[in-house]
Structure formats: structure tokens, C-alpha cells
Design a protein around this ligand. Structure first.
Ligand code: MF3
Ligand code: CO
Length: 280
């Protein structure tokens, strides 16, 4: 493959404000999911709900027909790492479901993801979800001016693979975000400190750890999209859109509204918010 020159696009303040609207619309959409998600629902119902909500807000779902992707959201259940097709199989108690969703609003992309837990799961699964979410924030802590992409990557890898022995998927990475869903640089979830492109103010990144309980190896199903863990063990995916700043990254997406709805839902397990409950 021909290597195109590195084209990192730094946004103006006005553009960052627009990108915050795009990212927040995704957060609001995922909040609608968090309100209604429960065992018995299908991921196809979630797809419809998300697409309608986005269209009602003067935006378009960006995944639909992106490189031929046939749905509006990615719904990745249990051992599906990412890019799962929504389907008509009812979700059941004990499933973990990552919903990844993108929009274009005013010409700017938002793209982020959240993993929900339906009811009772093992302490092992709770820990995987908690540690993956924590690793996203460890990465974001490094997303500041004059650091390098490798600093983010290392922080995520260290917390997941280093501390907990989890599998960090190598085949898929985070990315720059803007007028296009995928811009430079690539943002791997593994790497060495002090390596890779240098981060400058107002670069926007989608940081998205994809962390497996077992082996890091994955395979793609015959549908050409669905990525699963090679050992069938669960995988977790969280994604935030963040803007590089001098001392502390500005997180453009918003988990607080998703988490509030998740806690109020009654069918979703949020016990991992209190690490003492899942220390096993
Ligand atoms: N968050 C994923 C990514 O950044 C979503 C892409 S799925 C696709 O690559 F269907 F749109 F390709
Ligand atoms: Co993404």
C-alpha cells in the first residue's frame, strides 16, 4: 500500500466548538440507548432508535455505507470486539454490549462508543469493563501538547496488558477525527513512550481501547466486518473524542449523561463503578 504523507489537521476554536456538538450528539444518542436497553431487546431495535434520534437532530449517521458498512451503528456483543452488525437476536441477561455510533453534524464527525452490561455478570467481566474504561482515561491524561501518540498508547497498554494481563487488540486503532471520520494520526492502544507523532493544540483524536479478557488475537467473520476474539472470551470497547490542549485534554464527548441514564435504568449493571465490589 502506498503510504500517504502524514496529514494531521489542527482545528480552530470555532471548529472545536462544532466538533463538541457532533460528539455530544453521539453522547445523547447513547444516552437514549442507556435509558431503554434491557434483556429481550434486539440490537436492530437499538440501530433504528439511534438512526431516528440522529436524524431528528439534523444530523446523519456516518457509519451507514461507510466503506459499504450496512448499518447505522456497530453493536458488538460479548466476544465481538468491534464492528458487530445489529441483528434480531434478543439480548439476554449477562451480555455485554458495545454500541459504537458516528454522526455528521454541520459537516463535522462525532464517533464514540460505550459498553453496557446487562444484569449479572462475573466479577471477571466487571473487572474487564472497569479496567478498559479506566485505560481510556489513562490514555486521555497523556493527550496533551508536546506528548506523542506513543505516550497515549503506552498508558493504555500498561494499564490493561501490563497490570491485568489482558489482550490489547493490534489490528484496530484509534484515529484523528474532523471533517472525515478517519484522519491522521493512527492511535494504537499499544506502543512505546516518547514515540510517534507529536501532539499539538486542537488536534482531535478518537481514542478507543479494544481490550480482550484473554488472547489479543482476533478474526474477521465471513461478513467482512464482525471482529471476534480468537478464544471466544469477552472483549470491551470504550471510545471518547478528545481535543489536545496544553495541560489537560478537552473531552468532547460526554459519558456523564450516559452514566446517569445507565444507573437509573435498573436493568444495567453499574456495580463496577465501586471498585471495592469487584476486587475479586
Ligand atoms: N469507531 C469505529 C472506527 O473508528 C467505527 C467505524 S465502523 C464503520 O473505526 F462501520 F463505520 F466502519
Ligand atoms: Co472510532
Amino acid at each position: 500500500m502506498t503510504r500517504r504523507p502524514n496529514m494531521m489537521i489542527h482545528k480552530t476554536e470555532a471548529e472545536i466548538a462544532l466538533m463538541k456538538e457532533s460528539a455530544t450528539l453521539v453522547s445523547k444518542t447513547l444516552t437514549e440507548v442507556a435509558k431503554v436497553l434491557k434483556p429481550g431487546m434486539t440490537t436492530m431495535q437499538i440501530d433504528k432508535l439511534c438512526a431516528e434520534f440522529v436524524k431528528d437532530h439534523k444530523a446523519v449517521p456516518s457509519f451507514y455505507q461507510y466503506r459499504g458498512y450496512p448499518h447505522n451503528v456497530c453493536a458488538s456483543v460479548n466476544d465481538v470486539v468491534v464492528h458487530g452488525f445489529p441483528n434480531d437476536t434478543p439480548l439476554k441477561e449477562g451480555d455485554i454490549v458495545s454500541i459504537d455510533m458516528g454522526v455528521i453534524l454541520n459537516g463535522w464527525h462525532g464517533d464514540h462508543a460505550y459498553t453496557f452490561i446487562l444484569g449479572d455478570v462475573s466479577a471477571e467481566v466487571l473487572q474487564l469493563v472497569r479496567v478498559t474504561k479506566e485505560s481510556l482515561y489513562k490514555g486521555i491524561e497523556k493527550a496533551v501538547v508536546n506528548n506523542r501518540v506513543g505516550d497515549i498508547a503506552y498508558a493504555i497498554q500498561e494499564h490493561t496488558e501490563g497490570k491485568h494481563g489482558y489482550g490489547v487488540v493490534r489490528e484496530l486503532v484509534g484515529h484523528g477525527l474532523g471533517r472525515n471520520m478517519h484522519e491522521d494520526p493512527q492511535v494504537p492502544n499499544y506502543g512505546k513512550r516518547g514515540t510517534g507523532p507529536k501532539l499539538k493544540e486542537n488536534l482531535v483524536l478518537a481514542i478507543e481501547p479494544m481490550i480482550n479478557m484473554g488472547t489479543r488475537e482476533v478474526y474477521t467473520e465471513d461478513d467482512g466486518w464482525t471482529i471476534r476474539t480468537a478464544d471466544g472470551k469477552p472483549s470491551v470497547h470504550f471510545e471518547h473524542d478528545v481535543c489536545i490542549r496544553r495541560n489537560k485534554a478537552l473531552i468532547l464527548s460526554d459519558y456523564s449523561i450516559i452514566e446517569a441514564a445507565e444507573k437509573a435504568n435498573g436493568h444495567l449493571n453499574t456495580s463496577y463503578y465501586h471498585p471495592a465490589a469487584v476486587s475479586a
